[in-house]
Design a protein around this ligand. Structure first.
Ligand SMILES: Cc1cc2nc3c(=O)[nH]c(=O)nc-3n(C[C@H](O)[C@H](O)[C@H](O)COP(=O)(O)OP(=O)(O)OC[C@H]3O[C@@H](n4cnc5c(N)ncnc54)[C@H](O)[C@@H]3O)c2cc1C
Length: 506
């Protein structure tokens, strides 16, 4: 029996498989596609934007360089990771098609930003992400079986079984990473609640007879939006049709041309459509991410429109959050309630991404309500506070879990703290363990950290930029579990270590 069966070898399933493999769990990934890669996963249709937080996740597992090479992102990073101070963000993104001006970001409002190798978003493809993760998963001993379509999931005492045809695969835990139409979600009896669609979206590669009739980039229009994207003929169109298009059949050339003409307000001609797919802005998630021994992550746990490009980022965040908690549960050294903190921490992030996309769709609505929201959004994004707020959301740097600790760093993604000897937090996190950084000259936490044995790495020395701290405890997912200011109480560290790594440790 495996420790974990993961259904779906998409980016989230593979990321999770790597996390579990790194922590020593035995993992089987079941994937319905017989072969990796397809036109939908390669550029340009497979283009995906990874946030700064996702880039950081790859850095913190030692995969950023491989990802950049696979993505052809030769001009990354934009700024020097060894500089004394972090450079202002150079790339930000857009909100509802309104580009955000990096010059309007209030750097002083981002107090924990330190220079590192992952300071900007990465333009990549599903193919590149999955390629890098598959290779790493194989090195970590993860087994990936392709051409296996899971059709049912049953739970019994102490284990769970995935069924595919006549084959069964048993494991102590099963995670559905099988995308928005998740079979696992349905089979395991999760509810799925939210809102119905207001638009139909189309992603296509076409031959356009008269491309000059379409403006490049994002074009918010009265009845939707169109985007002339990365390559000639690569188009994205969203039409506010109330989700009326029947998606059970592929859209034909005439339909696509009619939609594009209506939305763009031109008489543009599509002479040929090579590939086309559809999506909606239906926005739903289950009320819990765990039922018994079955968990959900990625699109299986939250669906919404791709506007704003956050689905993959939130999914990677799910995998990073779940991996170490599930591995500790399997080893038997998880403190009480650790696995339940997965839903508690990640469900609100899923709920946020649903709302983040809903509000962008609302700004596109052609009626008076939509125009009012759009005017307000434009005004807000014209301010420093508005742009800074949007940057924190888009980059992932505003993420903060409620850990019940009011230190401003607790629950946040740890900044890239550095020791004077050149050691970086990101490098220490590569092994997927927790990290204690101790900046006190007397190495106050050495003994307590040693008591946590394999679960944490201890690194001590003067900090290059200590942010006013004497010590920090970082969870394996890069989240600050505890931050100790000058003259901190040892007992506070021990409470946090006990909460996240088990009481036996201290
Ligand atoms: C046009 C578009 C643009 C986007 N742009 C961005 C962006 O810029 N940034 C961003 O963060 N997100 C973006 N997204 C969203 C992003 O692509 C998804 O959130 C992400 O792919 C989800 O990953 P996943 O692994 O959860 O699911 P998927 O990528 O859907 O992978 C699920 C896997 O499970 C397999 N599977 C399904 N059912 C079964 C079964 N029964 N048995 C076995 N295997 C099964 C599938 O074959 C697939 O390999 C975009 C989405 C679209 C449609």
């Amino acid at each position: 029996m495996y420790d974990v069966v993961i259904v779906g070898a998409g980016p989230v399933g593979l990321f999770l498989a790597c996390e579990l493999g790194l922590a020593g769990s035995s993992v089987l990934v079941l994937e319905q596609e017989a072969r990796p890669g397809s036109v939908w996963r390669a550029m340009p249709l497979g283009f995906r934007g990874l946030s700064v937080a996702s880039a950081d996740a790859f850095h913190r597992r030692g995969m950023l360089r491989d990802l950049l090479v696979a993505s052809g992102a030769g001009d990354y990073p934009v700024a020097d990771p060894d500089a004394d101070e972090a450079a202002p963000p150079a790339r930000v993104g857009h909100f509802a098609g309104v580009p955000l001006d990096p010059g309007r970001i209030d750097i002083a409002a981002l107090p924990f930003r330190l220079p590192g190798p992952a300071m900007e978003p990465v333009g990549t493809s599903l193919e590149a992400v999955e390629g890098v993760l598959s290779e790493r998963a194989a090195k970590l001993g993860v087994e990936i079986r392709r051409g296996v379509t899971v059709s049912a999931v049953t739970q019994a005492d102490g284990h769970v079984v995935a069924h595919a045809g006549d084959e069964t695969y048993a494991a102590r835990w099963l995670v559905g990473c099988d995308g928005g139409r998740s079979t696992v979600r349905k089979q395991a009896g999760f509810d799925f609640v939210g809102t119905e669609p207001r638009l139909t979206g189309y992603s296509m590669l076409a031959t356009v007879a008269d491309p000059e009739k379409l403006r490049p980039g994002f074009n918010p229009m009265p009845t939707g939006m169109y985007l002339r994207a990365l390559a000639p003929g690569h188009l994205a169109v969203m039409e506010l049709d109330g989700g009326a298009f029947d998606r059970s059949r592929p859209p034909g050339r005439e339909h696509l041309q009619a939609v594009l003409r209506r939305v763009s307000g031109t008489d543009v001609t599509l002479s040929e459509v090579h590939f086309a797919s559809t999506y909606t802005d239906r926005a739903k998630q289950p009320t819990t991410y765990r039922r018994g021994r079955v968990l959900l992550a990625g699109d299986a746990a939250h669906i919404h429109s791709p506007i704003g490009g956050q689905g993959l980022n939130v999914g990677i965040g799910d995998a990073l959050n779940l991996g170490w908690k599930l591995a500790a549960t399997l080893r038997g050294d998880a403190p009480e309630g650790l696995l339940d903190s997965y839903t508690r921490e990640r469900h609100p992030v899923g709920a946020w991404v649903l709302d983040w996309t809903r509000v962008q769709v609302a700004t596109m609505s052609p009626d008076a309500h939509g125009r009012a929201v759009k005017a307000l959004v434009h005004d807000l994004l014209g301010t420093r506070d508005g742009t800074t707020y949007a940057y924190e959301k888009l980059s992932g740097s505003g993420l903060r879990y409620d850990l019940g600790d009011d230190h401003p760093l607790a629950g946040r993604l740890a900044p890239e703290l550095r020791l004077v000897d050149g050691t970086r937090l990101g490098d220490l996190l590569r092994e997927g363990r927790g990290v204690v950084l101790d900046f006190t000259p007397e190495r106050r936490l050495r003994e307590a950290a040693n008591g946590l044995d394999e679960r944490v790495l201890y690194a001590a020395g003067p900090a290059r930029d200590d942010l006013g701290l004497d010590a920090v405890l970082v969870r394996p997912d890069g989240i600050v579990a505890w931050a100790g200011e000058r003259g901190f109480e040892q007992a506070a560290f021990e409470r946090a270590a006990g909460r996240w790594f088990g009481c036996a440790a201290v």
